[in-house]
Design a protein around this ligand. Structure first.
Ligand SMILES: [Zn+2]
Length: 240
């Protein structure tokens, strides 16, 4: 086994693993959080709508109450007016007239009240209609986006399958002991096990690499690890 060859194979394997890591991250973290975010936005809009519906219900109730009040005042007015001509003394007659005047004033207030509630109901209805139509649009968009993201997951799964095949083929060509070390690092180092030295520093954590370590790497006697992030270091072909 020539260590230089094994390291070259590991560097190629790392390209596959980096892609696998990125795709798995997208599939397991990014897409679910996007779906979550979209669903929550939609839920919030829905909650807004139900607040308006509550307000609408309350107004309908108040409208009923005001209409009943108005009807009873009108009934009272009719009664008082009927009584007016049965009264014998002028004093009683004057008192009834005052009562009638006061009932009429009450009726006018009750009528204003009903009109006010009707205006408010109309305003709420308009707003509810707008929110409703926006909600329908938002639901459509939500479903389209969810569909796109699920489609993306399917494509990721297909690509992951083909990468797994490539990886297992490549793995057969690598020394088992070295491969085991590499795989362990892939698992524990966020999908990056081997990195090039670039401008005398580690390609992953950017820690400075001494010239002594660089010489060690070039001797290809042992795998040389970055002292800081503990990943396998190598010198790319073109910078040797
Ligand atoms: Zn490092």
């Amino acid at each position: 086994m020539k260590l230089k060859d094994e390291i070259e194979k590991l560097a190629k394997m790392q390209e596959i693993d980096s892609r696998i890591y990125a795709l798995a991250h997208e599939k397991n973290i990014i897409i679910p959080s996007k779906i979550n975010e979209l669903t929550n936005q939609f839920k919030k809009s829905k909650e807004q709508l139900s607040t308006f519906e509550e307000k609408n219900k309350e107004l309908l109730l108040r409208k009923k109450e005001s209409e009943l009040e108005l009807a009873s005042k009108e009934e009272g007015l009719k009664k008082a007016q009927g009584q007016l001509y049965q009264l014998k003394s002028n004093k009683e007659y004057q008192a009834k007239l005052t009562e009638i005047g006061s009932i009429k004033a009450d009726i006018s207030i009750a009528e204003d009240n009903v009109i006010d509630i009707l205006d408010k109901t109309e305003g709420i209805k308009k707003e509810t209609d707008i929110i409703n139509s926006e909600l329908k649009k938002a639901e459509g968009t939500l479903n389209t986006k969810k569909g796109e993201l699920n489609e993306r997951i399917k494509n990721i799964e297909i690509e992951l399958q083909s990468l797994a095949t490539k990886k297992s083929l490549g793995a057969k060509e690598i020394d088992p002991g070295i491969l085991a070390k590499y795989e362990n690092l892939i698992k524990t180092r966020r999908g990056i096990a081997i990195v090039p030295v670039k401008n005398n520093s580690c390609g992953a954590c950017h820690m400075r690499i001494t010239s002594q370590t660089i010489n060690e790497i070039k001797m290809y006697l042992n795998l040389v690890l970055c002292e800081s992030c503990v990943r396998i270091l190598y010198i790319p072909e073109d910078s040797e």
